[in-house]
Design a protein. Sequence first.
Length: 342
Amino acid sequence: MRTKKYIGSLLVGLFIILFFLLGCSGFQSNTNPNPVESTLTSIVVEQTVISLQQTKTAMSRPANVSQPEPENLSSTVQPVVVATIAPAPVIPQEEPTQPLITPQSPDFDTWKQTARILLYEDIVGVPKVRRFVKDTLDKIALPYTDIGNAQGWLKDRLLYGGEGGQPWDLIIFAVENRAQISGEFFDYLSNWMDQGTSVIIEAWYLDKISEGKIRPILQECGIYIKNYSGGGSNMDLVLWPLVDTVHPILTEPNNYLSFTKGAYFWDKKDLGDMMDLTGNGDAMLLVGRKVTDKTHNGALAVCMGGQLTMQTFSSHTYPREIMEGAWENYIINALKVRYSGH
């Protein structure tokens, strides 16, 4: 009887131990199962079962009966195996793709300080006469290459570009003096415009060469050139901004340009040229002889999307402060066109 009670107590104790071991395994459900701990648990359970069987057999056997060799219970008793869940594979996270960092273009005010400007201004050959274009560039503090009226240097710069062969951003062709230059230079200007360079032309004799090298430029713009002769009166020099004509050349950065106070400086008979629009290009007349006529008798025009500015009167016909303000507008707007397509 005592033997049965002992066996029963032993069984209860073993089951308590077994319950404790299994319970410990269950409390880890919130973490990844440990395969080593699961295996150890299985071995303990298996050994506990084997020990229980051997104890029960020994106590129930008569004392005078020889004890047989214990059976290999590992082949008949299946161990208690705690189910495990393999941890989810760790997928390496790809590094986020870094956006390509491209240098931002400088703003216009910064860019214009490094613009490559070529200046040909033949008024340098007239003693004691101020150079309106050069004075304007100095006033607004822009860098430029000044070749004065040296046509040989002009040809060289037009053929080979700026320092190191760099392209020009703006070429100023101020041919105010009564000495003409050959038509080949307009071929060079046309080549530079094909590369995006802005050009400003001041010339009083375009009617004499309009069928020559400059013709392709005039045709593309849609401009017809004709001579303008005066009768000796200052009224012949009055020019007006054309009604309803809106263009930054007339307002930026100088908002008031007046060409009504002219005075003779050159030949009274040849005052320069006038421009009529043919309708075949994008030319726009900005200043002209008749305030209400926007297609005929213009003396200031832009075309090719603002890439080309043409003035067909002589700068020294009008006061210095007016013309320096006008030239500043020409230069700034021509550079803006170049900058936008740079």
